[in-house]
Design a protein around this ligand. Structure first.
Ligand code: FES
Length: 100
């Protein structure tokens, strides 16, 4: 049963990705155009950390081969690459919580 876990004392700065670890899962949280997102910090293509890449519009672009993933849905830019895993994230009294 997923439960909410405190991940950060405050939201990341707009346009930045912050690594967090919850229950042994390596995740990242980002604030993009004023909206919070959370996803697994691992490219579904070849396991590299997505925080080494960059944000482009509403997507995170992997640094290795340039494939990208929708921050909201995890949708992959490549039909033969799995989608990125995303997680619910919320802010309460400044603090950031992730449902894992
Ligand atoms: S490892 Fe991320 S696109 Fe290839």
């Amino acid at each position: 049963m997923p439960t909410w876990h405190k991940a950060l004392d405050q939201a990341p700065k707009e346009g930045t990705m912050v690594e967090v670890e919850i229950k042994g899962l390596k995740l990242f949280v980002t604030l993009n155009n004023g909206k919070l997102y959370c996803a697994e910090n691992r490219c579904p293509h070849e396991d590299i950390e997505l925080t080494l890449g960059c944000l482009k519009g509403n997507r995170v672009k992997c640094s290795l081969h340039g494939y990208s993933f929708d921050l909201a849905t995890g949708d992959s830019s490549e039909a033969d690459v799995d989608n990125m895993l995303t997680y619910p994230v919320k802010q309460e009294n400044n603090e950031i919580y992730i449902e894992v």
